[in-house]
Ligand binder design. Structure first.
Ligand code: ZN
Ligand code: FE
Length: 259
């Protein structure tokens, strides 16, 4: 797959299923629903080689059984910790998996769930991160199973990727995340500009994803727990014990959950 394309397949209300393909073979990330995936594969005449699973939630794995019926040799690749029963190839941090002719490296990113992993596809030009429900544009996943410390550590790992990394998360949550981000960083000019850009995109029915790590570092409150403006606003909201980065992260997550 010398020249791979990454296509967006929309599912449910606000899920994105990512399809990495050339003109014959496809790899799919988090197929929560088989119907739009089968339609996309048929329209583009693609054979499905593998499904990459970031975590066990139904909106990420719900289509796998049907896809397996249509493509009996389908490789289903995910975490050994997965509560989803359909994983056929187990991968963990440090592994790389070759699928559709591309090499994906695996990072453990517990927090949203304990089985959560992310896949990183790097080629000469760029780095692409498939991070499921870990990092969103202007937000991060809710802590359903993991602790704030686990999520904070996971996001730190993602922050170490190259700044130009393209981030393919699994949901279009950007505008509502931006409302919360603006409440903590009302004077952040990059955030105001990004909010305007994203509002326009959504008015035109365009996706705001992928985003880039360099953009998120400027505007995502969950990557900016040392920003003095955020700390000020957390204090105004009556959060105390904010001396450790991890505690500030936990306060931001708590404030978002209660926004
Ligand atoms: Zn999820
Ligand atoms: Fe999800």
């Amino acid at each position: 797959m010398a020249h791979c394309t990454i296509s967006t397949i929309s599912a449910f209300r606000d899920n994105y299923i990512w399809c990495i393909h050339d003109d014959s073979t496809a790899v799919i990330v988090d197929p929560g629903d088989a119907t739009p995936v089968l339609r996309f594969l048929e329209d583009n005449n693609l054979d499905l080689e593998a499904a990459l699973v970031t975590h066990h939630h139904p909106d990420h794995v719900g289509g796998i059984q049907t896809l397996g019926t249509n493509f009996p040799n389908l490789r289903v690749i995910g975490s050994p910790e997965s509560r989803f029963g359909g994983i056929k190839e187990q991968v963990r941090e440090g592994d790389s998996v070759i699928a559709g002719g591309n090499s994906f490296s695996v990072i453990d990113v517990p927090g949203h769930t304990l089985d959560h992993i992310a896949f990183v596809l790097s080629n000469e030009e760029s780095t692409h991160l498939f991070c499921g429900d870990t990092l969103f544009s202007a937000g991060c996943g809710r802590l359903f199973e993991g602790t704030a410390k686990q999520m904070h550590d996971s996001l730190r790992k993602l922050q170490n990727l190259p700044a130009e990394t393209q981030i393919y998360c699994a949901h279009e949550y950007t505008l509502s995340n931006l409302d919360f981000a603006l409440s903590l960083m009302p004077n952040n000019k990059d955030l105001q500009d990004y909010h305007n850009q994203c509002t326009l995109k959504r008015e035109n029915n365009e996706s705001t994803i992928p985003t880039t790590l360099s953009q998120e570092l400027k505007i995502n409150p969950f990557l900016r727990e040392s920003d003095p403006e955020i700390i000020d606003n957390l204090q105004t909201l009556n959060y105390k014990a904010l001396s450790e980065a991890e505690d500030r992260f936990a306060a931001i997550r708590h404030a978002k959950d209660n926004a």
